[in-house]
Design a protein around this ligand. Structure first.
Ligand SMILES: O=C(O)CCc1cccc(O)c1
Length: 579
């Protein structure tokens, strides 16, 4: 049990359904109040959708699990209104160092440029992360019904709706819903109840995770050792967390006995060998893990949507688990909100599977490559690995082959059916499917950030530095479009002629440090259409209302309105229960 943290106990509440004669129907039920379930509920609530969140426990993560939260995750959480306490509490970092035996072979910087609101990474124990999400969900309690100690024991999945049987200390009740989101973790009981599988690899290696409390003067950087003198033949990873807690991952090898390795008397000598005999520390939390990389073949079954570790799972190296999970959640939330509000066909939801299978495959590939480099599978792979590490110290080409975990980057939805025009002469990095980039702006004479002006809704980001004749034409085209498309806002980068400032739902920004111009390759009259999840969906050298209208239709999946192929069993709507 951690000594620096006391798990909160959230109150169980008697469900009103126990006193009703009929089954209540909800738009969305979410199973699991971990990072994915809570983020989904918050995102949906911000977009006007109510949900009931069911969790069989009454607290946050026991012991720290995920610890590294990436810039994109923080940007998502900023949109969800809860990044600030995480950044305030977290340990910010952007540099890493890689060591081989007794030498440093190279270092890296994950965010070598200025002009981003969020840092490259923060380290924060998962329990704090979840606690801040619960606080935010509680602040949205008019739309989020968060129920602790409510355990789903039976599920009936049908093409037109789902039904769950929930057990509580006061008795059982049923809920039906239009959409059921499943975020009950890597060992998902709901996935088992539905007879579904997550397929992939278990890596033949053991790792000891030791969180220790100490006052140390290591810099706040990620340090990774291959074959260090204090732990020969294996690897070690070190990260600083808040409260003077340090995460140390010791590779143990496949032959290690997890029960033995978990004992404090066996952990202490390993830590002491690493830190030096005279360093004092306390053991905060320890566990021994075997890692898996796996995913479900399909994240959607009837109206049941799998998210987070229940849908896709990776090794910790690269910190792609929780970060990938948050990208999945935000991908689903905006689509679900539009389908439930009748603004998009249900076919839009299919693209959750298309886009996030792509994201999950990318994360699994990166994670598998890192794990293969850390644990070479043959003598020749080890020779290749060690030679690469030797060379990396002097030869930059070899550094790109060293893989101690490629740290989480946001997924780019290349090839998505929702993507529209690419435009000419724009930066490749912001092609359709890419996450929008941040930049400092001036908003009504004050310092602000671009990403804070995007999200939850579609935004046309227009370079408004046009002459007054072009401004009049744009105004006359965009006015009826904005009137018809109430899910579209206009953000102009100025100085913008008066005509454009009169349009409804429009915001005028100034490119404070010319970084929007640089990062987006904007020129007068050019523009980007940005999705509610802050991903680019189309861009044009000269914006026209017709092109924007067509791109919006495409981004809402209107052209995809084909029925989904169901498995025979999905169609029968079987009832599934815990054993
Ligand atoms: O630095 C990395 O590659 C990930 C660090 C990490 C993340 C989650 C658990 C853990 O033990 C280490």
């Amino acid at each position: 049990m951690p000594k620096t943290y006391k798990n909160p106990v959230y109150p169980y509440r008697r469900p009103p359904e126990l006193d009703l004669n009929e089954t209540r129907h909800c738009p969305v039920v979410i199973i699991g109040a971990g990072p994915s379930g809570l983020a989904a509920a918050i995102d949906l609530a911000q977009q006007g959708i109510e949900s009931v969140v069911l969790d069989d426990n009454n607290t946050v993560s026991v012991g720290s699990r995920a610890i590294c939260f990436a810039k994109r995750t923080l940007e998502i959480l900023d949109r969800l209104g809860c990044a600030q306490p995480m950044v305030d509490k977290g340990v910010t970092w952007q540099h890493g160092r890689v060591f081989f035996q007794e030498r440093e072979v190279y270092d890296f910087n994950l965010l070598p440029e200025e002009g981003h609101r969020m840092p490259a990474f923060i380290n924060l124990q998962q329990y704090y992360f979840e606690e801040y999400l619960v606080d935010r969900a509680d602040a949205l309690s008019d739309r989020i019904d968060l129920r602790w100690k409510h355990k789903v024991v039976e599920i009936d999945s049908r093409p037109e709706r789902s039904e769950v049987l929930v057990t509580t200390e006061d008795g059982d009740y049923r809920l039906t819903c239009d959409y059921l989101l499943v975020a009950d973790g890597a060992n998902s009981k709901i996935r088992d109840m539905l007879g579904l599988e997550s397929k992939g690899q278990i890596f033949q290696d053991h790792f000891l995770i030791a969180d220790v409390v100490m006052k140390a003067d290591f810099p706040t950087e990620r340090w990774f050792w291959f074959d260090p003198p204090f732990h020969p033949g294996q690897s070690v990873l070190l990260h600083k967390q808040p409260d003077n807690v340090w995460r140390i991952d010791f590779q143990l090898g496949w032959d290690a006995d997890p029960e033995e390795e978990k004992k404090e008397e066996n952990i202490r000598p390993r830590v002491q060998a690493m830190l030096g005999e005279d360093v004092e520390f306390e053991l905060e939390w320890a566990s021994v893990y075997t890692f898996r990389c796996r995913k479900m073949d399909d994240f959607i079954h009837n109206r049941v949507f799998f998210m987070g570790d229940a849908a896709h799972q990776v090794s910790p190296f690269g910190a792609r688990g929780a970060n990938g999970a948050l990208q999945s959640t935000e991908n689903l939330a905006w689509k679900l909100a539009r389908v439930l509000r009748g603004q998009a066909p249900t076919a839009l939801l299919e693209t959750y599977d298309i886009e996030r299978q792509h994201g999950a495959a990318e994360n699994i590939l990166n994670s598998t490559r890192a794990t293969d480099f850390i644990t070479p599978k043959s003598h020749i792979s080890r020779v290749f690995r060690d030679t690469t590490l030797e060379l990396a110290e002097s030869y930059p080409f070899a550094r790109s082959l060293v893989n101690s975990g490629r740290l989480s980057k946001p997924c780019r939805y290349d090839g998505s059916p929702l993507n529209g025009e690419v435009g000419e002469g724009f930066p490749l990095e912001l092609r359709p499917g890419s996450p929008a980039k941040d930049a400092p702006v001036h908003l009504a004479g004050r310092d602000a950030w671009l990403l804070n002006q995007l999200g939850d809704r579609f935004v046309l980001l227009l370079d408004g530095r046009v002459d007054s004749a072009r401004a009049e034409t744009l105004k006359s085209e965009l006015e009826p479009l904005l009137a018809r498309r109430d899910d579209l806002d206009l953000v102009t980068v100025g100085p913008t002629p008066h005509a454009l400032t009169e349009l409804p739902r429009s915001t005028q920004l100034e490119d404070a440090e010319n970084l929007i111009g640089e990062r987006y390759g904007l020129a007068a009259g050019a523009g980007y259409l940005i999705r509610p999840d802050q991903h680019v969906t189309a861009r044009w050298n000269q914006v026209t209302a017709k092109a924007v209208d067509e791109a919006l239709e495409c981004a809402l999946g209107t052209h995809l309105a084909i029925p989904r192929r169901e498995t025979p069993r999905d169609n029968q709507g079987d009832r599934h229960a815990t054993a």
